[in-house]
Design a protein around this ligand. Sequence first.
Ligand code: PEP
Ligand code: MN
Length: 316
Amino acid sequence: MKILISRKIDIREVEKNIKKIIPNINLTLNKETIEVSGFKKGVIYDYIPRIKAIPGVKKIDLEINEIMPLISEKNFHFNKPFKTKEKFIIAGPCVINDFNEFRETLIELINLGIKTVRTPLFKPRTSPYTWEGFGLKGVKNLREIKNEFDFISVMEILDVRVIEKVFDVCDIIQIGARNMRNYILLKETAKTKRPILLKRHPHSSLREFLFSAEYLAKYGATKIILCERGDSFSDGDSSLNIDILKRIKEDFKIPIIVDLSHAAKNTRRIFYFAKKIKQIPHGFMVEVSKNPSSSPTDTNQILNIEGLKKLLEIIK
Ligand code: PEP
Ligand code: MN
């Protein structure tokens, strides 16, 4: 960590003030900077607001590994229940709205070689008047299907109180974009040790996104997948933050995927985005159903099976 000091202030005064705030620290004084070392990574962030407020402190430069030691240094790829280093696709309905239809969709997905399947029972909705999925009432049906077929289920969890109740039907816990900053949910899901798929909240910065992942890592998650899903919810424009996507792919050892459906908002743009960025992510998420028009949610952005085949051709 490096602190830039104003020339008008006696650097020794600043040194004294820093020592009052952080005990047992090594400070090296240069002409206009103070180099700080010997601190505990991560915890140093707790002192920053007070250091910033010291008269004469102009700027503080922190390396990413000094504030997020786990996410910046550890490897979060995994081989079980599937290999994140081999291009993978998570496909399935926006919400399970009919178990027979879901079953038929699942058979098609399995026939196409897709092993990781969206199984949403809980939907966070913008309007409180709209359907929120089968919820816990759907667990029994999903369990029956899970016992019948061999696939990895990916399910969004909104509420810490349901974790135990869905544990056998949820192989990968999805933290939705709205909950990226729900730190209680991040901690509790991380403690389960299940793989966690964390979606970026629209307009959140790379730093905020990574801090949420750092929460997961600090509370026990060793298998993490990050997901870029664009900068707007249902009514906004379609978008994708390619810069964040590239930076995570290049600078971190964490699998990152793109959710084509929620980024694109309509099936036509799913193909456009897929062509544009297909080389970058480790994998993709896409909404697929045998009968998209029956979905009460996100109807325009759900591919049918033909559409999925076309997408698989593009990204193979
Ligand atoms: C979803 O993937 O089901 C979803 C609700 O997406 P997001 O959290 O990205 O809005
Ligand atoms: Mn959806």
